[in-house]
Design a protein around this ligand. Structure first.
Ligand code: SAH
Ligand code: SF4
Length: 412
């Protein structure tokens, strides 16, 4: 198994100071539903007669063209643009750090300004280019309230839920940096994949439990899959949960994206230890919710994630129980070699054992890909994300606050 080789061979680009607009505390128009955007405009004096047309215009600029500056909205009058600038922002978060792994995986550490009360927060977003597709791994919370014992994020206390804007902005920013907005010039310094691969899939598998931030995640995913905007197919969006049963039902009904379950154990005693939310929603209830997930078929399967922990959950007896447990559910089992992080007591299963485990469930008729660890050298692999906000140095915070107070954070 690969040892951790921090940043060896990886490029790290610490971003230049944030563009001033990035620090604005004005409310953002990103992440609002059409209805809420309309209300916000009416409050600032846009007439009821015009509002629908204005929302359509803005929607197009924000989500088809990907602009982050009102002045680039060419068919919006100057007066209207001035009004928008005065009251709102559409700025991207600040890129604190951008790292490129030697396997091509990219990780961004993003800083969001406080909107209203609260502190700036930092989150990590990871882009994974693969043959024929590019997957963006998005965070939903800073930290996590759940404490899965093998997960690095779980060692960080919850700082807060991300807003819908902050969830969606991760996608917008990645598209900027990858030159992935059609009809728009690639921004200077953007990383453009040689083979033109872009963000074709998103997975809610970054930091946090997305179903503990249901409303914001729902709002962001509905915008990401809106056919008049970012237009991602719901089949290419996967939400991963540790098993928040009531919200699994709601995800099926209200969001309709693909579902992934962090299963990791097939007996309640063990799952209680690995994924403590199991004490609240044990396997039986979890699997009932999975069976009830709408429109499952062989083409629309639930992904069950199973982290391979040496001598903990990797026996062939576990493999057998796993296939019995999932009987009747259109399922794909994703075996994840455990990604180590500083301070963990777990070890990854031996490769030979992972292959035996995979063969067993394969023979039982389940697709069981072994997930190749990506971006381990930049701590971007599953379960390795941990916000730098804990590490955000005091001086940085002070400099940041000083800038805010001096008013340099305002949109100009
Ligand atoms: N909170 C959500 C989504 C984020 S975690 C969830 O738990 O589903 C994304 C996946 O990585 C989950 O399946 C998680 O269990 C797994 N994971 C966490 N820590 C890991 C580690 N150290 N090595 C491998 N996978 C890990
Ligand atoms: Fe939270 Fe998911 Fe990590 Fe568990 S695996 S601690 S739910 S992020």
């Amino acid at each position: 198994m690969a040892t951790l080789d921090f940043l060896n061979g990886a490029e790290t680009a610490t971003a230049k100071p944030a563009p001033k607009a990035g620090l604005a505390e004005k409310p953002s128009l990103i992440g609002l539903s059409r209805e809420d955007m309309g209300k916000a405009l009416v409050e600032k004096g846009v007439s009821e007669r015009q509002v629908k047309m204005r929302v359509s215009q803005l929607w197009h600029w924000l989500y088809v063209r990907g602009v982050s500056d009102f002045d680039h909205m060419l068919n919006v009058s100057k007066d209207m643009r001035e009004m928008l600038k005065e009251h709102f922002t559409i700025a991207r978060p600040e890129i604190v750090e951008e790292q490129v792994s030697n396997d091509g995986t990219r990780k961004w550490l993003l800083r969001f300004p406080p909107r209203g009360a609260g502190r700036p927060v930092e989150v990590e977003t990871v882009y994974i280019p693969e043959e024929g597709r590019g997957t963006l791994c998005i965070s939903s919370q800073v930290g996590c309230t759940l404490t899965c014992s093998f997960c690095h994020t779980g060692t960080q206390k919850l700082v807060r839920n991300l807003t819908a804007e902050e969830v969606l902005a991760q996608l917008l920013l990645a598209r900027d940096r990858l030159g992935d907005f059609p009809d728009r010039e690639t921004p200077a310094g953007a990383i453009v994949p040689n083979d033109g691969r872009k963000v074709s899939n998103i997975v809610m598998m970054g930091m946090g439990e997305p179903l503990y931030n249901f409303e914001n995640v729902k709002q962001a995913l509905l915008i990401a899959t809106d056919g008049d905007g970012l237009s991602l197919s719901k089949r290419r969006v996967t939400l991963s949960t540790s098993g928040v049963v009531p919200e699994i039902y709601r995800t099926g009904e209200e969001i309709g994206v693909m579902l992934a379950i962090s299963l990791h154990a097939v007996r309640d005693e063990l799952r209680d230890m690995l994924v403590p939310i199991n004490k609240k929603y044990p396997l039986k209830e979890l699997l009932e919710a999975c069976r009830a997930y709408p429109s499952l078929s062989n083409a629309r399967r639930i992904t069950f994630e199973y982290v391979m922990l040496k001598d903990v959950n990797d026996s062939l007896e576990d493999a057998k129980l796993l296939t019995q447990l999932l009987k009747g559910i259109p399922a794909k089992i994703n075996l994840i070699p455990f990604n180590p992080w500083p301070g963990t007591n777990y070890q990854c299963s031996d490769w030979e054992q992972i292959e035996k485990f995979a063969d067993f469930i394969n023979q039982a008729g389940y697709a069981s890909p072994i997930r190749t660890p990506r971006g381990r050298d930049i701590l971007a692999a599953c379960g390795q994300l941990k916000s730098e906000s804990e590490r955000m140095r005091k001086v940085d915070r002070m400099a940041y606050e000083a800038m805010m107070i001096a008013g340099h954070g305002e949109d100009d």
